[in-house]
Design a protein around this ligand. Structure first.
Ligand SMILES: O=C(O)CCC(=O)C(=O)O
Length: 244
């Protein structure tokens, strides 16, 4: 992560990473989805999706933002067509108004950023201005007043200039900390929204109650195997030592 990217993550709680996937990678993933992969964990949909667990272009961000023992906590896909609605704005440090979100945290100390649950969203379709999809309140990962956000704004019944929908193209990745207030704005485009959400925790913690079953994955690199381990502290093998 460059110093400028570090500044942006600290300022906004999210960052748009341009062209992480090549056109060929996006096409391969979309072809697999067209062929029928739409249910369950994308990381189990075959090699092109397995590669996203530790894609070489996101590894530096994973290590800088979640630490040397980063683990994949859970992953899922979002598909939306015009008019589809999903949940409202949620998140916020220390759980915001909902204790079920208390693994959502963001800390900075002595030059190091650390996070609880974080998301790397791979976009397989463009999200143009006004299309909807991922939305957030930049900077809200450090807000002391997330409980003051009106319910109508959380439900998207009233717009506010402090809620933004980042524009992004297929192949881009949006990183965000779940400590950021964020959600899914109704989809408003003719084309289908296709997003793959790979969610990571520090090695000692878990948000999801279900851990990965490594046996389901077939061949894994040692780094991927370590990243799929259940949470622990003692004698946990480092992911960083396997990353150049
Ligand atoms: O990308 C989106 O639609 C937001 C997903 C979301 O709300 C979440 O990851 O908690």
């Amino acid at each position: 992560m460059t110093p400028e990217e570090e500044f942006v993550v600290d300022l906004n709680g999210y960052i748009l990473l341009k062209a992480v996937l090549s056109t060929a990678e996006v096409a391969e993933l979309n072809e697999a989805i067209d062929a029928g992969h739409r249910e369950g964990s994308p990381s189990l949909w075959g090699d092109p999706f397995k590669k996203l667990i530790d894609h070489p272009k996101i590894m530096p961000y994973l290590l800088d933002l979640l630490g040397p023992n980063v683990r994949l906590d859970h992953d899922y896909a979002i598909f939306m067509n015009r008019g589809d609605r999903l949940g409202g704005l949620h998140g916020g440090e220390d759980g915001g108004p909902s204790l079920s979100e208390c693994d959502h945290w963001y800390k900075y100390r002595d030059g190091v950023i650390r996070n609880g649950l974080c998301v790397f969203t791979y976009l397989l379709a463009d999200a143009g201005p006004g299309d909807g999809g991922f939305a957030c309140i930049p900077g809200s990962h450090k807000s002391n007043f997330v409980g003051n956000i009106p319910a109508e704004v959380r439900r998207y019944e009233e717009g506010r200039d402090y809620v933004v929908q980042p524009e992004a193209q297929a192949g881009d990745v949006i990183f965000f900390t779940e400590a950021l207030v964020h959600g899914t704005i109704p989809w408003n485009a003719d084309h289908e929204r296709r997003a793959l959400l790979y969610k990571y925790s520090p090695g000692h913690s878990a948000w999801n109650g279900n851990y990965y079953d490594i046996e389901q994955y077939g061949d894994l690199t040692e780094r991927q195997r370590r990243m799929l381990l259940p949470p622990s502290i003692g004698r946990r093998p480092s992911v960083a030592e396997l990353t150049e």
